[in-house]
Ligand binder design. Structure first.
Ligand code: MRU
Length: 364
């Protein structure tokens, strides 16, 4: 998508420098900074400390990390070490393991001398596939938005609520939850997006930055506002992303998603999840019992980062000094609360049958 009129992906390979370039998301929405990743430690830090974030982008970054590792040392031991180091960066988003496993499976059978080139080709392939998956998710989601728009009187905007940032910077391009929004806007459908702030890290500000850059009408709201808006008929549809979806359709996503699904259910608002197939964990059925939930530093809760009146970006403490904080980063929305899953192959029910029907080749 575009930043100040220039098309960007959220990461790209600079062939001249022989290195990956990322948008360092820690500074957004206040500052647009590009970072080059030169060492495997740079990759691990970029994922752990959320210079890059969002399940699909974490997976694609890890694939480039494997390519860098193979360019430096293509032995079996280096392959295993790179997999371990990158896998340990973040525990919840399954795209990380999906990408690492795919790289290891492709590279391990090769002669060490052939691994570096093959790893870089595979990383490009994973990045390009992500773009195409998300474009298709957008097409299927657009059909859904069209249906709702057709039922509205006098061209009133379709009101969509989203949580966190499942936007283009959380993927390689398009985003998952935002892809239908971009495509609907580009097709001329009137939209208004309610953007949840998404404490503690305020990924909603990233979504607001994206939507604003694309000219999509939106309002930034506190995480507590969604239920009220739904009670007053101001939300037609919820679309969120997912970090890991189980084979029965339980959805693990950014903390607070579950509460939005409960409110949506109570108010008869359709709750959809945009789901690229690499985000399905076919080895897991019950999301609440089986998905590891990342516990992040308490400082993300006790402090908020922002830009002050002089434009200086800095964290501000909002609690008494020394206040202990809890920071579970994700929660699980049981499949019974999910109206449907918008995948690259179409929309299905959030159930074992629904997912296996669309992905018989993956469901096993
Ligand atoms: O902790 P984050 O910012 O990586 O969490 C991101 C989310 O929860 C997104 O909704 C999810 O990864 C889907 S991104 C297309």
């Amino acid at each position: 998508m575009k930043v100040n009129g220039t098309h960007y992906r959220s990461l790209w390979w600079d062939a001249q420098k022989g290195a990956l370039q990322i948008i360092d998301q820690r500074w957004l929405p206040h500052d647009f900074r590009i970072q080059q990743l030169d060492t495997l430690a740079d990759y691990a830090t970029a994922i752990t400390d959320m210079h890059v974030r969002g399940a699909p982008l974490i997976g694609a970054t890890a694939a480039y990390g494997m390519a860098l590792a193979m360019a430096q040392d293509s032995s079996d031991a280096a392959l295993a070490r790179a997999w371990e180091l990158l896998h340990a960066t973040r525990p919840t988003a399954i795209n990380l393991r999906w990408a690492l496993d795919r790289c290891r499976a492709a590279l391990a059978p090769l002669e060490p001398g052939a691994r570096a080139d093959a790893a870089l080709r595979l990383a490009h392939e994973i990045a390009d596939e992500d773009v195409e998956i998300n474009r298709r998710i957008g097409e299927h989601g657009l059909a859904l938005i069209r249906e709702i728009a057709a039922q509205k009187a006098d061209g009133a905007p379709v009101q969509i609520l989203t949580h966190c940032n499942a936007g283009w910077i959380a993927t390689v391009d398009w985003g998952t939850a935002t892809s239908p929004m971009y495509q609907a806007h580009d097709a001329g459908l009137p939209l208004h997006v309610w953007v949840d702030e998404t404490r503690p890290r305020n990924q909603g500000a990233l979504t607001a930055w994206e939507l604003g850059s694309h000219g999509i009408s939106h309002s930034y709201i506190t995480d507590n506002a969604g239920g009220h808006l739904m009670q007053h008929g101001q939300v037609d549809l919820v679309i969120t992303g997912t970090d890991r979806t189980t084979r029965q359709g339980d959805v693990c996503n950014k903390i607070g998603t579950y509460l939005k699904a409960l409110a949506a259910k109570d108010n008869g608002v359709p709750f959809y999840v945009a789901l690229p197939s690499p985000t399905i964990d076919w080895t897991v059925t019950d999301g609440i019992g089986e998905i590891p939930i990342e516990e992040r530093p308490g400082q993300e809760v006790t402090h908020v980062q922002g830009s002050d009146t002089s434009g200086r970006i800095s964290p501000v403490r909002v609690t008494p000094e020394g206040t202990p904080a809890g920071n579970p980063a994700f929660d699980v929305t049981p499949h019974r609360l999910v109206t449907g899953l918008i995948t690259e192959r179409g929309i299905c029910e959030a159930s074992a049958e629904g997912l296996a029907g669309l992905f018989p080749d993956l469901a096993g």
